[in-house]
Ligand binder design. Structure first.
Ligand SMILES: *[C@@H]1O[C@H](CO)[C@@H](O)[C@H](O)[C@H]1NC(C)=O
Ligand SMILES: *[C@@H]1O[C@H](CO)[C@@H](O)[C@H](O)[C@H]1NC(C)=O
Ligand SMILES: *[C@@H]1O[C@H](CO)[C@@H](O)[C@H](O)[C@H]1NC(C)=O
Ligand SMILES: *[C@@H]1O[C@H](CO)[C@@H](O)[C@H](O)[C@H]1NC(C)=O
Ligand SMILES: *[C@@H]1O[C@H](CO)[C@@H](O)[C@H](O)[C@H]1NC(C)=O
Ligand SMILES: *[C@@H]1O[C@H](CO)[C@@H](O)[C@H](O)[C@H]1NC(C)=O
Length: 367
């Protein structure tokens, strides 16, 4: 509050002084600082010298393209008093050997009132570097946020550059700006106003300059937590014999770019001989994750409820199956299509077992 009042007071004093000294000056003049360059975009060639002078009623400061901050750039700022009665503040910016990466907006503002500013956009064209950003060998990751535009930030060093947006994966497309959903802006890049699932994948901005193709790649990512479907594959009813292998396949289908994690809960979970194997399969429209729980030798202590839990961000889902383990090899099941023989018993109600073991027994042993 005190700081704010101080600034207001200074501003008032400053304007009162200016009034006294230079009465001829129109009232609204220098309400924002003035630049000595034309207001439209300026195009320079690489290695040329850029000079801009800013003039205003109060002390000035600059906001420059980020490539000029912190680097050992050949930028020089000279502040002075100017005007007939030296009543104004001037600041001259000189950038010798301007480079493509210096392309951007150059803003001059009042030091104590940074919203009062004037800006000019400067392109520094380089026949070997069409894009302001460096071309890297690994794609930049862009995040798609729901309800927000997606910007491929491939801004260019020359406003006349012809750039195309190419979808490279999962399928190949050249996307033409339509000025409705796909907008090209040489100062920002390609803007997708309402990005759909189509915009998830690998994209690149491409341009051709003096016979050479240049491109910048992007990998777009949409964090979604959408589980479409989930099931356990274990035949029903879930009955098995002691000593046999039990395998349960927990399968989840989810939207592209989902990430899921599995958690199993079941009796005798502490036994380290149990094996869990997980894998992800990609399809054009969705992802399939599965987790296989394998118990090499069933024991009666393994009977009970097997629960597969799946987490995707805040979303949690689970499926369960109840497994019975018969500890005696002699069991007679009521199934009509069953085969039972001395020593062990197999019936049609245990299709997974008969499939996996290919069980058969001599007719003479039938009970
Ligand atoms: C700019 O100057 C440097 C050093 O003199 C030179 O290597 C480079 O090729 C020049 N760039 C352009 C675009 O002329
Ligand atoms: C274009 O390429 C040719 C040969 O590679 C070169 O001689 C010429 O200077 C280049 N033009 C520009 C504008 O860089
Ligand atoms: C797994 O079970 C689901 C439904 O329970 C079924 O639709 C699917 O075909 C089964 N998959 C396999 C490989 O058995
Ligand atoms: C598990 O289920 C998935 C989907 O149903 C299937 O693609 C995969 O092959 C199954 N894995 C095994 C080992 O049965
Ligand atoms: C763990 O499982 C193996 C075979 O599946 C079994 O032989 C062993 O007794 C079990 N150990 C415990 C502590 O349950
Ligand atoms: C097992 O699944 C069934 C049906 O999906 C559900 O009704 C039941 O509450 C679940 N049991 C447990 C212990 O989670």
């Amino acid at each position: 509050m005190i700081g704010y009042m101080f600034v207001v007071l200074l501003g008032f004093l400053g304007s009162a002084l200016a009034k006294g000294k230079a009465d001829r000056e129109p009232k609204g003049k220098f309400s924002i600082p003035a630049l000595d360059v034309k207001s439209g975009p300026i195009v320079l060639e690489a290695n040329q010298t850029l000079t801009i002078t800013c003039r205003g009623r109060w002390e000035l400061s600059w906001a420059l393209p980020s490539a000029m901050i912190g680097g050992q750039e050949k930028v020089k700022l000279e502040d002075s008093r100017c005007g007939k009665q030296r009543q104004h503040y001037c600041s001259q910016l000189t950038l010798s050997y301007a480079q493509a990466k210096h392309t951007g907006s150059y803003r001059c503002r009042y030091r104590h009132q940074s919203r009062k500013q004037n800006a000019v956009y400067i392109y520094i064209a380089d026949s070997r570097r069409p894009f302001v950003e460096e071309e890297k060998s690994i794609p930049e990751v862009l995040y798609i946020n729901e309800g927000k535009p997606l910007v491929f930030p491939c801004r260019v060093t020359n406003p006349d550059a012809r750039v195309s947006l190419v979808k490279q994966y999962p399928d190949s497309h050249v996307l033409k700006p339509d000025q409705r959903n796909i907008v090209w802006n040489s100062r920002r890049g390609f803007i997708i106003r309402s990005p759909t699932l189509f915009y998830v994948g690998m994209f690149s901005c491409k341009t051709s300059l003096n016979g050479t193709t240049h491109s910048i790649s992007y990998l777009t990512h949409r964090q979604v937590n959408k589980i479409r479907d989930m099931y356990l594959n274990i035949s029903s009813p879930h009955e098995a014999l002691q000593g046999e292998r039990l395998t349960i396949n927990c399968t989840v289908t989810a939207e592209w770019n989902s990430r899921v994690s599995f958690k199993w809960d079941y009796p005798s979970k502490a036994n380290s001989s149990n094996i869990i194997y997980e894998e992800m399969l990609k399809s054009k429209t969705h992802l399939v994750f599965y987790s296989l729980l394998s118990i090499p030798k069933l024991h009666s202590s393994n009977k009970g409820l097997f629960i597969c839990q799946v987490f995707s961000g805040p979303v949690k889902r689970e499926v369960n199956a109840s497994v019975k383990v018969y500890d005696r090899p002699f069991i007679r099941l009521k199934a009509r299509h069953g085969v039972c023989c001395r020593g062990s018993c197999r019936t049609e109600v245990l299709p997974s077992i008969s499939k996996t073991t290919g069980f058969s027994c001599p007719k003479s042993h039938l009970v």
